[in-house]
Design a protein around this ligand. Structure first.
Ligand code: RIB
Length: 282
């Protein structure tokens, strides 16, 4: 069982011709709402790829909560450890997507910030996936409680203590985040996965590259959720005992598929789709 300790958001998405520069107004966009949040996206991605998944997180006692949790619920993720907190709003992300699929995101954490170490320290956690959109103390307590594999997606880039890095078996970051954390990522013996956008990803052990994979070419519609899919797929594949090169190839293929549809959670691929694309199908 994988336990995800992470964020649950409702994504409010404006898809327009281009992303605004600071001070610029861009008009002509379409508005849509999708369930999102890096934690929730990774939970649903892992479930669709075949893992048993429990979500630990928090939403507000508001209408947005139902909308934010809908696809997790329909997808069979265990939500018994998701708190509904009176007086908090459900986390929200304001997302702008351009015609070529690039995005800008502002997150309003709301209830995600209410998760405390007491909420996670005593949970029976086997394998853990954690993201930095919830408070670090709660994540650290979960990582210490985990008896199995600990996968930390250090996104978005934030100050993290070495004691958290030391708990990780796998750390995943994108290139921007890798530059922020620097050599600290490699200091505690974890596998480190760096996603490189359309170039794919590389995997390091003790700072040495041990695998590199490029994704199949796809028509990019929206890259929101691609990093979450990559992290979840890599974690699932490594837990299945697949060798690093094989696991990384699976993860970049899953990440590429997540770019082919709008919205974070609607675009998360199912295992059969990843296997079909990996074997040369469309
Ligand atoms: O990684 C994508 C996610 O980041 C979005 O779903 C949004 O909610 C933000 O958390």
């Amino acid at each position: 069982m994988i336990t995800v300790v992470g964020s649950i958001n409702l994504d409010i998405v404006a898809t327009g011709p281009s992303l605004p520069r600071p001070g610029e107004t861009v008009t002509g966009a379409r508005l849509a709402r999708f369930p999102g949040g890096k934690g929730a996206n990774q939970a649903l991605a892992a479930k669709r790829l075949g893992a048993a998944v429990q979500m630990v997180g928090a939403v507000g006692a508001d209408d947005m909560a139902t909308e934010a949790l809908r696809l997790l619920q329909e997808g069979g993720v265990d939500l018994s450890q998701v708190a509904h907190i009176n007086g908090e709003t459900t986390g929200a992300a304001l997302i702008a997507v351009s015609a070529d699929g690039e995005n800008q995101i502002i997150v309003c954490p709301g209830a995600n910030n209410a998760i405390r170490p007491e909420d996670t320290a005593h949970l029976p956690i086997e394998h853990l996936m954690g993201v930095l959109e919830v408070p670090v103390p709660a994540l650290l307590a979960a990582a210490r409680a985990a008896t199995g594999f600990v996968s930390l997606n250090l996104a978005p880039a934030l100050p993290v203590p070495d004691e958290l890095l030391a708990e990780a078996d796998l750390i995943s970051v994108n290139e921007t985040e890798a530059a922020v954390y620097g050599d600290r990522l490699h200091a505690h013996g974890a596998l480190v996965a760096v996603s490189l956008g359309s170039e794919g990803a590389a995997l390091y052990r003790n700072g040495q590259e041990i695998a590199r994979a490029t994704p199949p070419k796809v028509h990019v519609v929206d890259t929101v959720g691609a990093g979450d899919t990559f992290t979840a797929a890599l974690t699932v594949a490594l837990l299945e005992g697949r060798p690093p090169q094989d696991a990384l190839a699976f993860a970049v293929t899953a990440g590429a598929l997540a770019c082919t549809k709008p919205g974070a959670q609607p675009s998360l691929p199912h295992r059969r789709d990843v296997e079909q694309l990996a074997s040369g199908g469309q």
